[in-house]
Design a protein around this ligand. Structure first.
Ligand code: A2P
Length: 345
């Protein structure tokens, strides 16, 4: 009884969190395989008090597996997806490889859980900034459709992986010691600095990370015409992202109503103390499941505009938690191959 799970990218920033979340949330795991590159083969990671040995990824590794949670980069996902599907497992993929594929559902369980039923073996987990923004704005969008949205992000190092997080610390130490900071994971020093997201630029002058927010939000909301403009910035924070969001509606959206809606929204916690100028901060969002939203206010430049600010853990809700919630949805709705069989017996 239970689900046979494999984690591809088990040693990474998101993979490590996936293992912890499966344990913490008591996901019904009957067998767990930890897969990574050959560099990690033979190392051990503990799961439910047991030391599990990491295997180098191979086609055989996906035999007798029901569910694969992958977070090993787009090229690794692309290389193994067909093998995984052919082996009869469902792939929940954290990379951007399949997100815009029309046959692949792109899911935030609080927003579009119904899309999971359409899966053909692969389900994509959205980009971290898209997930965090979606949680905070979809409940408002359901009350009054958003006409236009402008967002600026303040993204932590964790989005670039475990090595990038280590690099920011090493950069900070080097700079304090008046040495040259290392720049292997990042193109520039991030410690004591900020820079626009370094994903490749499109002809329109947006980087890929910004276009992910545009395209993925439209797909998840099923709002292909939604007007979105994003500016993505990397900041020297270790693992939680923040975002400043401006929303424009067709009619004024009362601030009180927005606060009421968000205070009841799943996965969202409104955190604001105007008297003390206290609002969401990435250090407090770190390690938490909720997306913290605050500074909800009328846009003084537009009668139908709203401003808000959020912080959310990039590795949790921005990646691993959302993927585990998708896995929980697959179990609940009997969308995994074994649960289908169990029902037909
Ligand atoms: P490894 O540690 O063996 O390199 P992060 O996003 O934190 O950088 O983590 C990336 C994850 O993806 C790690 O678990 C890493 O394993 C894994 N990985 C990277 N390249 C490959 C590959 N070619 N095959 C399998 N796993 C890979």
């Amino acid at each position: 009884e239970g689900i046979r799970v494999a984690i591809l990218g088990a040693t990474g920033a998101v993979g490590t969190e996936l293992i912890q979340l499966l344990e913490e949330r008591a996901f019904p795991v009957s067998q767990l395989k930890l897969l990574a590159s050959p560099r990690s083969a033979g190392k051990t990671i503990s799961f439910r008090g047991e030391a599990l040995t990491i295997e180098a990824v191979s086609a055989e590794a996906f035999q007798d597996v029901d569910l694969v949670l992958a977070s090993a980069g787009g090229s690794t996902s692309k290389a193994w997806a067909q093998t995984i599907v052919d082996a009869g497992a469902v792939l929940v993929d954290n990379s951007s490889a399949f997100r815009m594929d029309e046959t692949v559902p792109l899911i935030v369980p609080e927003i579009n859980p119904q899309a999971a039923a359409q899966h053909q073996g692969i389900i994509a987990n959205p980009n971290c900034t898209t997930i965090l923004m979606g949680l905070a704005i979809f409940p408002l969008h359901q009350i009054q459709p958003i006409q236009r949205l402008i967002v600026a992000t303040y993204q932590s190092a964790s989005g670039a992986g475990a090595q990038a997080m280590a690099e920011v610390k090493a950069q900070a130490r080097a700079i304090l010691n008046e040495e040259t900071p290392p720049t292997d994971a990042f193109p520039y020093p991030l410690a004591f600095n900020v820079f626009p997201h370094n994903s490749p630029l499109t002809e329109q002058g947006y980087c890929q990370e910004e276009m992910k927010m545009v395209k993925e939000t439209r797909k998840i909301f099923d709002a292909p015409e939604l007007r979105i403009s994003a500016t993505c910035i990397r900041v020297p924070v270790l693992r939680a992202h923040s975002e400043a969001i401006n929303l424009e509606f067709a009619e004024p959206f009362p601030v009180g109503k927005a606060k009421e809606v968000l205070s009841q929204a799943p996965g969202v916690e409104v955190r604001e103390d105007w008297e003390n100028n206290y609002f969401p901060m990435p250090n407090e969002a770190t390690g938490k499941d909720e997306v913290f939203v605050g500074r909800i206010r009328q846009d003084i430049s537009h009668p139908c505009g709203l401003e808000l600010w959020l912080s959310g853990d990039q590795i949790r809700k921005g990646a691993a938690l959302n993927a585990v919630q998708i896995a929980e949805l697959l179990v609940k709705d009997q969308l995994l191959p074994t649960t289908e069989k169990a029902v037909s017996v």
